[in-house]
Unconditional design. Structure first.
Lengths: 251, 251
């Protein structure tokens, strides 16, 4: 039985708690949060505290707070030499105080507050300073997901950067296309099947193999027409830069 | 029974032929292509010709050739006053020769040569110059898809531009993220669940609601770190422009 305490109870820790509590091999001992506002009726079966001094003894402490606060918060933890992990993609393991044994438990996914997550297919990137801690994090991760991978802080930064491209930036392109359609009173739902197929395609093709479009085939006439349509739009420079970037990749 | 002849037999027309032949309400009379190379054993039950002069009399002629060739090809069609449509997102109806009645039958999807397409959920954008032709195209489209929409040439240009953003440009961002991971010998498959979830999310949330990340929350520290990681990369300017573009949208 792995004894877990959550330190901070934001979206990621709530999702982890929801899933881990279902396992027979995990005991969610306690939830700490600096205020009790996050504590809805869903969690009433759990031991909850707002006092750092009351935190119980556990095998793994999972810190789930905003990136910027991780370092300073970890310094305020009153106990020593236990395994404390954070769940952030972009924060180094070494940001955690060295008063405790340090680790990372980063689920590589975007979470929506209102929707429960099934972790089975979500990669969990783990990191620790010694083999026994790494083993324990691997055990915990394997209770949630079929894809637990050791990733160093240095590599995890790159994973997080890549995630910004395929999640935040891709979503922004969805946003732009929605604006382009709305101008003509066309429904964004028109693009849904194309969006789904674009994401599905790269499960079987590499992105290079899946690339199509006027930039890839150097179709100047269509590109010129698109630039004409975008005159006065805030997105014309983005169109140009993405087109050139595709052309560079395939020249 | 709607009698159809395909003029040109590229990827889109092959997919349309594969699906339309299954309908009891369509008779695929003939396939014309200027050479016979496209004609694999899959199509051996069909009447095939390489001679324009041998084209049969049909209700709808579907031109499926490269965008640039549509106008000049349509001038060479030897018959008059029949309904000739093209399947392109970016070519005006008026590009077709006015020797025949003109229309557009544009399935809004990206097609992969090796995979059969189910058109049921794929929007089909139709356009014609008179009501009876429009009705016929609507009938044909409805045999394939639950989503047949009349879209003018002017609006269709914008749809096609928006499609470039959510398909070609999104795929390019996948490509970039793959490169970022490969540098660290990390598998692109790590990002698959995030890519799928990003596309799924906007079925229930608007892109504005679904937007997250350092640009949206003005997290300068993470942005600075990402720019540091991208030093010397061809993608640093793209990261900056996309970040600023998101910030502009949410300020």
């Amino acid at each position: 039985m792995i004894k877990v305490v959550f330190l901070g109870f934001g979206n990621v820790n709530q999702q982890l708690c929801r899933s881990l509590q279902k396992s027979d091999h995990v005991d969610v001992l306690q939830i700490y949060n600096r205020n009790s506002q996050v504590f809805s009726s869903e969690w009433k079966g759990f031991d909850f505290t707002t006092q750092l001094s009351e935190i119980k003894s556990a095998d793994i402490y999972i810190v789930g707070i905003t990136d910027d606060a991780i370092a300073s918060f970890s310094e305020t933890i009153p106990f020593r030499d236990r395994l404390v992990v954070h769940t952030s993609g972009s924060v180094s393991l070494k940001a955690l105080s060295n008063h405790n044994k340090r680790g990372v438990f980063y689920p590589l996914q975007t979470f929506t507050k209102t929707q429960s997550v099934n972790f089975t297919n979500i990669p969990i990137c783990i990191e620790a300073e010694n083999a026994s801690d790494l083993k324990l994090l691997h055990q915990l991760g394997s209770l949630l997901s079929e894809n637990v991978t050791e990733v160093s802080s240095e590599a995890r930064e790159k994973v997080h950067l890549a995630a910004v491209f395929v999640n935040n930036f891709v979503n922004h392109l969805y946003h732009i296309s929605e604006e382009l359609l709305t101008e003509h009173e066309l429904d964004f739902k028109l693009l849904q099947p194309l969006i789904a197929e674009t994401a599905r395609k790269i499960k079987t093709l590499s992105p290079a193999e899946a690339q199509t479009g006027p930039a890839k085939r150097n179709d100047h006439k269509t590109i010129e027409n698109h630039l004409h349509l975008l005159e006065g739009s805030p997105y014309i420079e983005l169109y140009k830069m993405l087109t050139i970037s595709i052309q560079e990749q395939f020249k």
